[in-house]
Design a protein around this ligand. Structure first.
Ligand code: FAD
Length: 307
């Protein structure tokens, strides 16, 4: 760790970085150990500098957005974690809305409604950053990110363009259910532009409040969690939550981790869960569903760090 610190100091990147930095508070599950080094760049250029630095020194690099879809291991993450929270921004030109990757996607939705622009109301009150929503092609309430995404600016992680800034123009063929072209790990999203349409703010806020209320009813905000644990699969004939319910797994617990009483596809941290307990519970649910139904549920949440 000291070596890492000295190297970062030499390259004048030290001011962006904290060492042995706790990550649990940066996730919605509120679990996980520290990052060796945690950087919070404020611009695409700072992201590029950190990327070049980490690649040339072979320091492992992990990207963390709003931490709403991840479980970070109790031992934490080795190397450098880039947290996108410093990449903030909301600007509009006509019905084009440009948003910093670290801006909460729900803030982008509210900003769009405030300016009478329609297209992002479906995602209001969903936790996470704009970069994370694009990476996951997040979806809810009959909406999905890809169809409103015009273009995405990113920093290249791969050779030969390492550290250069590029623009990806959305091609819907590259996206699918919970799939985006950014999942190949070759780019860090720094900013995105959404193509919206004129709308009426009163009507948009009505829809947004309805979604927020529905999430509240489903208990989304009652305990730390990361939303759905498993993806849905049409071939299984029912949403994953219903399949888990039918197998009788609601309320199952391991230590401080419990399958929510309100929704079979959500695991909650009841207060003192470890990352290991959450992972073990997810695997138990997966195994029991497989034994009872023959279906293998595919995890939607991501397990990051040293397990
Ligand atoms: C209560 C609750 C309800 C939820 N409901 C929904 C829902 O209805 N629909 C839905 O789709 N999801 C839902 N989720 C899951 C979560 O909100 C989404 O997956 C969200 O898009 C994750 O964004 P994030 O910024 O938190 O990403 P993170 O969890 O921080 O990261 C997820 C992945 O994206 C990568 N990543 C993040 N930012 C960047 C970037 N700028 N560049 C490159 N890679 C990046 C990370 O490396 C990681 O691999 C819910 C979560 C919670 C807690």
């Amino acid at each position: 760790m000291l070596k890492l610190q000295r190297e970062l100091e030499k390259f004048n990147l030290d001011h962006l970085v904290a060492y042995n930095a706790p990550l649990a508070p940066l996730t919605t599950f509120r679990v996980g150990g520290p990052a060796d080094a945690l950087a919070r760049p404020r611009s695409a250029q700072e992201v590029a500098d950190l990327v070049r630095w980490s690649r040339h020194r072979e320091v492992p690099l992990t990207i963390l957005g709003g931490g709403a879809n991840v479980v970070i291991s109790d031992r934490g993450i080795r190397g450098l974690v880039i947290h996108t929270g410093g990449l903030q921004g909301l600007n509009r030109s006509g019905t084009l809305l440009t948003v910093g990757a670290g801006t909460p996607i729900s803030d982008a939705s509210a900003y769009a409604a405030d300016h009478d622009m329609e297209g992002l109301s479906f995602i209001y009150a969903m936790p996470g950053s704009t970069g994370g929503a694009i990476w996951m092609n997040a979806r809810c309430y009959d909406g999905e990110i890809a169809p409103v995404l015009e273009e995405t600016r990113y920093v290249n992680l791969g050779e030969p363009e390492l550290g250069s800034i590029g623009v990806y123009r959305t091609d819907l063929k590259d996206f699918d259910y919970k799939v985006s072209p950014f999942q190949d790990g070759r780019r860090i999203i720094v900013e995105a532009t959404f193509r919206l349409t004129p709308g009426d703010r009163t009507e948009l806020y009505r829809q947004m409040k309805e979604h927020e209320e529905d999430r509240r009813r489903k208990g989304h905000f009652l305990a730390p969690c990361a939303g759905s644990v498993f993806k849905n699969n049409r071939a299984f004939g029912a949403p994953s939550g219903q399949i888990i319910d039918r197998v009788g797994l609601r309320g199952t617990r391991i230590g401080g981790a419990r399958v929510s009483d309100r929704h079979g596809n959500i695991i909650i941290n009841t207060g003192n869960a470890t990352a290991r307990e959450i992972r073990d519970l997810a695997e138990t649910v997966q195994n029991k569903v497989e034994q009872h139904t023959g279906f293998t549920l595919e995890p939607e949440i991501l397990f990051l760090g040293e397990w």
